[in-house]
Write a protein that binds this ligand. Structure first.
Ligand code: PRP
Length: 178
């Protein structure tokens, strides 16, 4: 991988945090006096967005995490998604916002929306920082979207390349060597 240490900036830290401020303001307004709010972060990539977003909310909320793994993404595009770790608390009758770092093919979020809809939440929305619209294989509704990006490999702010560069404060572009 080239440019591993200092990937080229695609979305700066300021741009990201400004958008997260906007998410927090909008969610805090829309969920005021609406009952219990649960943010569900999708591991691992969403952990930084979830931390920054949750600390900016002015409405009471809980945080939960879920972990899934996908098979065959980018190579065979099977779209199969497997649960690795479920949320701890029941989401029935709760207002749920799924928090994701990225939509690539859309299969992960599509799976999670179906999974949660079957659990009868009071409401279900999605908050996603970046989306590769040109890679979409399934339509997924995003209620709070940060940025549409081109089909490039991105790292930082939770996103990794082989577990590297997740904690870069900005979103950068890397080019795999092979
Ligand atoms: C990434 C990302 C999403 C998913 C999106 O997770 O965090 O969960 O892929 O891809 P899709 O739209 O094609 O389904 P990844 O499997 O890389 O795991 P990680 O978050 O633990 O790095």
């Amino acid at each position: 991988m080239t440019n591993n240490l200092m990937p080229e900036v695609l979305i700066s830290e300021d741009e990201i945090l400004h958008r997260v401020d906007q998410f927090a303001e909008q969610i805090s307004t829309e969920y005021k006096d609406k009952g219990e709010l649960v943010l569900v972060g999708v591991l691992k990539g969403a952990f930084i967005l979830l931390a920054d977003l949750s600390r900016r909310l002015t409405v009471p909320h809980r945080v939960e995490f879920i972990a899934v793994s996908s098979y065959g993404r980018s190579s065979t595009s099977t779209g199969a998604v497997r649960m690795l770790m479920d949320v701890r608390e029941d989401i029935k009758d709760k207002n749920v916002v799924i928090v994701e770092d990225i939509i690539d093919t859309g299969h992960t979020l599509h799976y999670l929306i179906s999974l949660f809809e079957n659990r009868a939440p009071a409401s279900l929305r999605t908050c996603v920082l970046v989306r590769k619209a040109s890679r979409a294989e399934v339509d997924v509704e995003v209620d709070y979207l940060g940025f549409d990006i081109p089909d490039v490999w991105v790292v930082g702010y939770g996103l990794d390349f082989a577990e590297r560069s997740r904690t870069l404060p900005y979103i950068g572009v890397v080019t795999p060597d092979n």
